[in-house]
Design a protein around this ligand. Sequence first.
Ligand SMILES: [Zn+2]
Length: 66
Amino acid sequence: MQTDELANRRWLAIPSSLRKNLEENVYCSSCGVTTIVNYYVDSEDYQIILKGHCKNCDQKVARVID
Ligand SMILES: [Zn+2]
């Protein structure tokens, strides 16, 4: 778990209802659209990326927040 502090602050600045919506719209290669759980916040090319696991199958999933 290496949360990027700046990315984390940017993530937390997003309204919680929108964050919940984003958490629930993550693509898993096994399940399709799923919910990300146990994630941490990272960043790449100035974009926020959530990295965690699929709620259904525990496979690693990630979501870029743009
Ligand atoms: Zn899955």
